[in-house]
Write a protein that binds this ligand. Structure first.
Ligand code: UGA
Length: 420
């Protein structure tokens, strides 16, 4: 970072880093004392990973508070940016007070709602800015900090601290719920012969529902939804409330992987010695992040069942290989598909929508596509001669659906008892 090199893929970020560093507005240091010495505001942006029991691990929050108490000047405003359970700011405040006698500080919460892959845009053109503040100083400092955005009309919502903390967890859990709802609908659509994408379109025209996050597929992954859902559940339980809906959201998310694996098995019968190509390994397009990636969960499942799995991702292949060494990685989609008995589209990078289907078919051992993100056009895939298993939409089964209709006249002549 000190050299302006971004250690992960995020569109536009490296250019922005370079720009701001060259202008002298941004610098990095590994010394807490140097960063904190003259600070008016300190944002704590550390990771809050899940403990084995699902609770958020807040060790880094506590050690940050200690460093702040050691090095920051009196009057500093300490802002939680990390996603934390409600009540964490109080703990941070207690630590700050305990670690330094007479320390004058204010604590605030300012949850972040940006998404990986569109981080810059989300941060600079936010849907809302939330500040949880309980003192005039914190309110004043954060209002001034965001004034450039509020002057442009971006909305700033002020709440108490616990509300701001909880609003972040609630937002992520609700979005995950929408996805799981769509995935449950996909299971029903598959049985009823309906099309989940059209059901979502219809639902989405109602502004009370909205179309966003109703895409059925392999389910949600990434470093936020899975961990935040369990952390919220654990926090609720600690407070004496069993938020059982959250468990069901997780179960439906796991079921989405099961459903895709079942389609591969249905298409290929035994998986032993079959080669499966997986297109897209990142947890979503636009990132090289493979943490809790549904694509890798599916790859693991297929590997365990005895298949050979070859993956390709425009950005995440190296990270995927590191996480799942048994996975073979290819340098382009066609190489991944070569000799494959089935191709699974697991992450809907835009470039996969424009693949040359005829070329794919030519290199594959069997012409079978399982579309875990409904990225392909069913008519095009069918016309190219593939057996096509989308998610929550009617499949196209080239071999088995070729129903040979009896000649009508002959059938009529034959009567109900068959040929005479
Ligand atoms: C998520 C939230 O969207 C952000 O608002 C939040 O700030 C962030 O977590 C965080 O807590 O830091 P992110 O994890 O980057 O952002 O990714 P999303 O775009 O929300 O996607 C999450 C997962 O849901 C992906 O695996 C994606 O493929 C999946 N998804 C999304 C679906 O399966 N269906 C959909 O309709 C939408």
């Amino acid at each position: 970072m000190t050299r302006g090199v971004c250690p992960f893929y995020e569109p536009g970020l490296e250019e922005a880093l370079g720009r701001e560093m060259a202008a002298g507005r941004l610098s990095f240091t590994a010394e807490a004392s140097e960063a904190l010495r003259d600070a008016d505001v300190v944002f704590i942006c550390v990771g809050t990973p899940a403990r084995a029991n699902g609770e958020a691990n807040l060790v880094a929050m506590e050690s940050s508070a200690r460093e702040i108490a050691r090095h920051a000047p009196d009057g500093v405003v300490v802002v939680e940016k990390s996603t934390v359970p409600a009540g964490t700011a109080e703990r941070v405040g207690n630590t700050l007070a305990r670690e330094r006698n007479g320390f004058r500080f204010d604590v605030a919460s300012n949850p972040e709602f940006l998404r990986e892959g569109t981080a810059l845009q989300d941060a600079l053109q936010p849907d809302r800015i939330v500040i949880g503040v309980e003192s005039e100083r914190a309110r004043d400092v954060l209002r001034r900090l965001y004034q450039a955005l509020t002057d442009q009309g971006y909305r700033l919502i002020e709440t108490d601290i616990a509300t701001a903390e909880l609003a972040k967890h609630a937002s992520n859990a609700f979005l995950a719920m929408k996805i799981s709802f769509a995935n449950a609908l996909a299971r029903i659509c598959e049985r009823a012969g309906a099309d989940v994408t059209s059901v979502a379109e219809v639902m989405g025209t109602d502004p009370r529902i909205d179309r966003a996050f109703l895409n059925a597929g392999l389910g949600y992954g990434g470093y936020c939804f899975p961990k935040d859902l369990t952390a919220l559940g654990r926090m609720a339980a600690r407070l004496g409330y069993e938020f059982t809906l959250l468990k069901e959201i997780e179960r439906l998310n796991d079921e989405a992987i099961d459903a895709a694996a079942a389609k591969v098995e249905d298409a290929l019968w035994n998986l032993e010695d079959k080669r499966v190509a997986i297109l897209g390994l990142a947890f979503k397009p636009g990132t090289d992040d493979v943490r809790f990636s549904p694509a890798l969960a599916l790859a693991q499942r297929l590997l365990t069942a005895g298949a050979r799995v070859v993956g390709f991702d425009p950005q995440a292949s190296a990270n995927a290989k590191q996480d799942l060494p048994e996975l073979e990685v290819a340098s382009d989609p066609y190489e991944a598909a070569t000799g494959a008995h089935c191709l699974v589209l697991a992450t809907e990078w835009e470039e996969f929508r424009h693949l040359d289907l005829a070329a794919l078919k030519q290199v594959m051992a069997y012409p079978v596509i399982v579309d875990g993100r409904n990225a392909f056009d069913p008519a095009e895939v069918a016309a190219a001669g593939f057996a096509y298993y989308p998610t929550g939409r009617p499949p196209v089964l080239q071999d088995r659906s070729t129903v040979v209709l009896p000649d009508l006249d002959e059938a009529l002549l034959a009567g109900p008892d068959g040929p005479r």
